[in-house]
Design a protein. Structure first.
Length: 370
């Protein structure tokens, strides 16, 4: 496709549940949208990097700078194809979330030009996909039970609890006892443990968890493989897997038996599809993670999660789990599921009223030949 320019729109979208950061309590999600435009059409993508580099080395302002200074100049404005973007941008090391945002916008534009949904382009059909919810560490067990109870009442198909050393067995036991064995329950440690904590992790075996996600540091595949021998709860990897090669390596080592894929973490939806294909071929359970996406990022995640290898509910929640108002028409739960948009491209676009209310600055950048 031919593109003449790219717009970057920073936004601040008020959150339903504020969260703590290094500099205080954050009441809004700060991110930015990427819009590619040209004579052949336009498309939207979302950068999901967080304001601080606490989940991954990337952060919002850095990703913005990388797109502007290093990624856009590498595109040939007369000939941009989503399938070739990763290779085109490969000389820029890392920065997968920035690359994923750009690829997403181009993919959306290509699908809109072809008049097909992203789900169709990825080889599946728009359908309902089971929705899961992730619950952060709460100030008390009573508050945790209240929060989980609210989501269970809404119909979410599975619940994920964030855990950390000293804040694991007690809350997990409380949730299991209150909501029973039928609740699909899993935990996410975000790298907070070491092999010295094996006793606490082994204690979680009593609660029938679907799996434990990323207990050890992201670069410790051998540690995860060792831990898998010591505990009964299956291990899922998130931060450790940034490419299909790393997914294959982790599975070969026995470092995990379940995979979480986030398109942004692996450099884009197309690399996520390759990880899907790997897991499907090997019979490995897979699910789609989330990063507090607005409707723009969520729509793309849902199209991906409609592929047949996504065997477990993902961190794909309704818009009102995160935001009072979304940037798009809100995604709503339907019997514990979310509907994959069937319109062309990602099937949603930002609402003019939402852009007017929540965009804090916009920049238009011309594309010129590298
Ligand atoms: Mg995780």
């Amino acid at each position: 496709m031919r593109f003449t320019h790219v717009e970057l729109h920073r936004f601040a979208l008020p959150l339903v549940r504020p969260f703590r950061t290094s500099y205080g309590v954050e009441t809004a999600r700060h991110g930015f949208l990427v819009r590619v435009l040209g004579p052949d059409g336009e498309g939207w993508g979302e950068c999901v990097a967080e304001v601080e580099p606490l989940y991954s080395p990337e952060y919002t302002a850095g990703a913005y700078e990388v797109i502007k200074r290093f990624l856009l100049p590498r595109l040939d404005p007369a000939d941009v194809h989503a399938a070739g973007i990763a290779e085109r941008l490969a000389p820029v090391r890392g920065h997968r979330m920035a690359k994923a945002a750009l690829e997403a916008a181009v993919l959306d534009a290509e699908c809109r030009m072809d008049g097909i949904s992203l789900a169709t382009r990825l080889g599946t059909i728009p359908r309902l996909v089971p929705a899961g919810v992730a619950v952060g560490i709460q100030p008390s067990v009573a508050e945790l039970l209240d929060v989980v109870g609210g989501y269970v009442a809404q119909g979410y198909r599975r619940v994920k609890l964030k855990i950390e050393p000293g804040n694991d067995v007690v809350p997990v036991r409380a949730v299991r006892e209150r909501f029973g064995d039928a609740l699909m329950l899993q935990v996410d440690a975000n790298q907070a443990y070491s092999l010295a904590d094996v006793a606490a992790l082994e204690a979680l075996d009593a609660f029938g968890l679907q799996h434990i996600e990323q207990p050890l540091p992201e670069d410790d595949l051998f540690g995860h493989a060792r831990l898998a021998e010591l505990i009964a709860t299956p291990i899922c990897l998130d931060e450790s897997i940034c490419s299909v090669r790393q997914a294959a390596e982790a599975l070969a080592l026995g470092a995990c038996s379940v995979v979480n894929v986030k398109p942004a973490r692996v450099g884009g939806v197309l690399e996520a599809v390759r990880i899907h294909d790997l897991c499907l071929a090997r019979g490995v359970d897979l699910w789609c993670g989330g990063m507090l996406e607005t409707g723009i990022g969520r729509a793309a995640n849902l199209a991906l999660a409609a592929l047949p290898g996504f065997t477990l509910p993902g961190d794909l929640s309704a818009s009102d789990r995160y935001f009072h108002r979304d940037l798009t028409e809100p995604f709503v739960l339907e019997d514990g599921c979310l509907r994959v948009p069937s319109g062309a491209g990602i099937g949603v676009t930002p609402l003019a009223s939402a852009l007017a209310d929540f965009v804090t600055s916009s920049e238009t950048l011309p594309l010129t030949a590298f």
